[in-house]
Design a protein around this ligand. Sequence first.
Ligand code: GLV
Length: 302
Amino acid sequence: MSVLLACDFDAADWAAWRPALQAALPGERLLLPQDLAAQPALREDIDVAIVANPPPGLLAGLPRLGLIQSLWAGVDRLLADPTLPAEVPLARMVDPAMNTAMAETALWAVLTLHRHFHLYARQQRAGVWQALPQLRADEIKVAVLGQGQMGGTVMHALRQRGYRAAGWRRGEPLEPVLADCRIVINLLPLTADTRGLIDAAFLARLPARASLVNLARGAHLVEADLLAALDAGQIAHAVLDVFHQEPLPPTHRFWRHPAVTLLPHAAAQTDPRSAARIAAAGIRAWREGRTVPNQVERSRGY
Ligand code: GLV
């Protein structure tokens, strides 16, 4: 039996992933999509696929496939492929190293917005010397949308730094969480229910001059509605890591908008050193007939 690696990695990614996966999966035969193209009979041999944005349709042609292990925490793109075999268990990546990286990004964004470091950077470019009002962390309420692995870690990190963090999970009333908040951080999974959640109506429920931090998926946000709210000054600033189209097209207004800070989908990258071991542990569990951790509930979408 063989393990298929179906990952949209570039050469630098592979240089890190190949040795990590080989070390974590000793004795496993690792195949790439190009091996299957060269030798189609190898498809019969694959029982596990490790995936990161696999080409749509690829997993449907594997008759013995018994487990799909994602290297991404979010599996929305996988689930959007209608040819994904419905009966094969799918596990997502849950890695404490990723949760920590996400908490670092969230803290950076909150510290920046709270202490106006983004405005000082702007002032420096304009040659302006002016201190701005300095609030305490316990005067800043941060709403955290999503209370899973990442949302939970972010809540904890914010509370440790003294912020008032209020968490929201789907199905709960949103008003009390958004009331009085200065900053909203989105860490929800992308599902049919959460797609487009952050639209004009959502933004209008935020206190005037609140800021938005989107670290989850671009499709949670209606980008035109955010631009309108930023242009109107209703939303003070947005920190965005994810976009409808990635890479963000060069002509997109977000690139040069003075009230936008953007990252290239880098808030929490999968770390091959830890994630290869986590993927290997899931594969071992499956081979030994034990429960594979972090399986996706497809009806739920994450
Ligand atoms: C990154 O966005 C991930 O889902 O792992």
